[in-house]
Design a protein around this ligand. Structure first.
Ligand code: NAD
Length: 464
């Protein structure tokens, strides 16, 4: 441990390490008490301040803050409280005849001292979500939220400081350097939510201490629409999913693959829904968010310039405003395969549409890219739905909808390879922060006698 003494967070880490077994031995009731305190803070004490912080940081509409941040956290806590007792129980398993006289079980024991690093797009939900799992599983945790949403991270720091002692849960605000310093420490588990590039940095740092990781990453989530789909309904759901939080959602439908025969109908329906949801001038709509930082605004504008330079066709291109970081909903077709919009995660209010004739073309396009966090299919054909699912890989899938799989706590949430490693939510989140410890208990002696040397009378021993 001496190699860490110069690390500014080593003192805090050491306090949590010393306290980890006290926290690990907390009972169901004690863990629920902590979750209830967090629930009260979110639901009552800080509810208005949370919405205010989100509005300042992201221009997030009040209803979206209620639904995608506050409601999500509260329902997560409710679900965990309902099931935690069962998850904390000893899980008995059978013992083979060859180990006669023993009984076997495994327990979910806390991993220990955990690090949670979170992104900016749903600052509260994506910080408190993993924290709920960490608390439920009986861990201590140090949290590092994103520096991009300073009002939200300052408020979360206050909430954590109000509710917990730092030797149990602490929140440290800071930029990349803070993350880097924290990542040097020998945490037992690191739960990271963010981009695939930073995910690789986190995993490399974790490898130095052989810390286990959960990586909740991003990528390009495709949407496939075939000609059997209800196009008007599909367009409605996709416009909602694409432009929610101005497209800054890890499971947003990144690009659309649509069968050529229904392309025009789909585009018309999208344009109608965009106007219906956000009016003719989305800049004045109270349902449309802003881009998080000038850096991300410039990144998205560069994507649009790049598409233009490669002769993409802009079906809808509204106003943009650098001062307010506003980019209107944008719809683009006829994109070159080299365009950035088809090669980098968009994370903004831009919808690229690619058409296909045969379903295999859509499948090939998906498989030519990194494995996505989500894949969406709109179709009435069971054959086509099964074909897409069985010939691709993705963290999660919705059929005839998008994003909603995130809200079912019974489902595992997470990616695969480039879109993530490990799962979260509900039991899967509890499991991510737990070590499954196998225990075998021998009740009388002699049952494993045959294992001991000398081996020349092995057959006789086995016969006894
Ligand atoms: P990011 O990877 O840039 O940052 C995430 C966190 O990592 C922040 O706290 C940041 O301070 C820290 N960080 C940044 N650079 C670092 C470095 N070099 N070393 C150590 N730490 C570093 O991601 P973001 O921009 O905050 O979020 C957007 C990305 O997150 C998108 O790719 C999106 O798809 C993904 N995401 C995934 C999920 C999910 O649940 N799978 C949810 C939300 C966002």
């Amino acid at each position: 441990m001496t190699q860490f003494t110069k690390n500014p967070y080593f003192g805090l880490f050491t306090k949590q390490k010393a306290n980890q077994f006290n926290i690990a031995q907390s009972t169901y009731n004690e863990r629920v008490k902590k979750l209830n305190a967090l629930r009260r803070a979110i639901e009552i004490t800080y509810r208005e301040q949370i919405k205010e912080a989100l509005s300042k940081d992201l221009g997030k509409p009040i209803i979206e803050s209620e639904l995608s941040e506050i409601y999500q956290i509260l329902s997560d806590i409710r679900y965990v409280k309902k099931h935690l007792h069962k998850w904390m129980r000893k899980q008995k398993v059978q013992t083979p005849l060859s180990l006669l006289g023993s009984s076997s079980y495994y327990i979910y024991e806390p991993k220990g001292v955990c690090l949670i690093i979170s992104p900016w797009n749903f600052p509260f939900n994506l910080t408190f979500g993993p924290l709920i799992s960490a608390i439920a599983a009986g861990n201590t945790a140090i949290i590092k939220p994103s520096e991009m949403t300073p009002n939200s991270s300052a408020l979360m720091a206050k909430i954590i400081d109000d509710l917990f002692d730092e030797d149990e849960i602490a929140l440290i605000e800071g930029e990349v350097e803070t993350s880097t310093q924290l990542l040097e420490l020998p945490f037992n588990h690191i739960f990271f939510t963010g981009s695939p590039n930073v995910g690789k940095i986190v995993m490399t740092a974790a490898a130095k201490n052989l810390a286990s990781v959960t990586l909740e990453l991003g990528g390009k989530s495709p949407t496939v629409i075939d000609e059997s789909a209800n196009i008007k309904e599909a367009a409605k759901k996709i416009v909602w999913g694409k432009f929610l939080n101005a497209g800054q959602i890890c499971v947003a439908p990144d690009y659309i693959l649509i069968q050529e025969s229904v392309k025009t109908q789909f585009i018309d329906a999208c344009l109608n829904w965009i106007e219906h949801f956000y009016s003719k001038n989305p800049e004045t709509s109270n349902a449309f968010a802003r881009i998080v930082t000038p850096k991300h605004y410039k990144r998205l504008m560069a994507h649009l310039e790049n598409a233009k330079s490669l002769d993409a066709k802009f079906i809808l291109e509204g106003e943009h405003n650098e001062d307010s970081k506003y980019i209107a909903p944008t719809v683009v077709t006829d994109l070159s395969h080299d365009s950035k919009l088809l090669n980098e995660e968009i994370f903004g209010p831009i919808m690229p549409i690619i058409s296909f004739n045969e379903l295999e073309e859509a499948i090939d396009c998906i498989n030519s890219k990194e494995r996505p966090l989500a894949l969406y299919i709109y179709s009435k054909s069971k054959t086509n739905i099964n074909k897409v699912i069985s010939n691709t890989r993705a963290g999660g899938t919705c059929v005839n909808n998008n994003i909603i799989h995130y809200a079912n706590h019974n489902l595992p949430f997470g990616g695969t390879n480039n879109s993530g490693i490990g799962k979260s939510h509900g039991f899967f989140g509890f499991k991510a922060f737990s070590n499954e410890r196998a225990v075998i208990k021998q009740h009388f002696f002699g049952a494993t006698e045959f294992l001991f040397p000398p081996y020349n009378d092995f057959k006789e021993k086995m016969a006894k």
